[in-house]
Design a protein around this ligand. Structure first.
Ligand code: MN
Length: 244
């Protein structure tokens, strides 16, 4: 299998993992940047992530226009294209409405990493509010203008919330983006629980930096690869192939 086919196959696995781990339900989507053309990305047509197959995947330019394909795309594909345009380091994007995160988008309590597995979230998880620029909307990112506004709030970090809507994470790989999406929700659930008990001791900035550098240096079978293999098996997508 060539590298692009491997990534297309991984996109199917990523969709199933995100559904199985409760990050996506009928909604939510994952994409990756074309490895040979940074101005293109791949994403499934508008279908629940649990149902995605290789044949559902469409190629898009960074404006969210499909390349020779007239099947119905996700309305919110603009989240992906505008982030790829703004962030050359980003190679995969996950958008979801995972429930644990929602309270932090509608209160003034920021999400901060509190568990070693969640250091990947970085120092700052901003909240984007569609109403700040666009007034009353249906809260969905349905245009490149909204996407660019969101990407500006997203900044150089790994994750951002959308008020009353959901969250988006980015990664240097599909595996990193999936990992970050799962652990963003884990962190949110644990933070909400811990705050019931009392003041929370979060990771320090130095701890976050050390965790991120360790994950970045992980060898095959460690870090993102170990979680990927575990989640793929749980989702019924056996992944025993060597890591590309
Ligand atoms: Mn959405």
């Amino acid at each position: 299998m060539d590298y692009l086919e491997t990534l297309l196959s991984d996109l199917v696995t990523a969709s199933r993992i995100l559904a199985h781990e409760g990050i996506c339900d009928a909604f939510g989507h994952v994409s990756f940047r074309h490895p040979d053309n940074p101005k293109r990305f791949f994403q499934a047509r508008a279908v629940a992530p649990e149902l995605v197959t290789r044949d559902d995947i469409i190629e898009f330019d960074l404006d969210g226009a499909a390349v020779s394909d007239d099947r119905k795309p996700f309305l919110e594909r603009f989240i992906h294209g505008t982030l790829y345009a703004a962030r050359p380091d980003v190679h995969s994007v996950v958008h979801s409405h995972s429930r644990g995160v929602i309270p932090f988008g509608i209160t003034d309590v920021p999400i901060r990493p509190l568990l070693h597995s969640c250091g990947v979230l970085g120092h700052d998880v901003p909240v984007w509010d569609a109403a700040d620029t666009f007034g009353d909307t249906n809260l969905l990112i349905a245009s490149n203008d909204m996407g660019r506004d969101f990407a500006e709030t997203f900044g150089q970090g790994r994750a951002a919330l959308m008020r009353g809507h959901g969250s988006t994470v980015v990664g240097r790989s599909i595996r990193e983006a999936v990992y970050t999406a799962v652990y963003l929700d884990v962190n949110a659930q644990l933070q909400a629980a811990a705050m019931q008990l009392g003041p929370v001791k979060f990771l320090s900035d130095g701890e976050i930096d050390l965790i991120q550098s360790r994950l970045g240096d992980a060898k095959p079978g460690e870090g993102y690869d170990r979680t990927w293999q575990y989640w793929a098996r749980r989702a019924g997508m056996a992944d025993d192939a060597p890591v590309p």
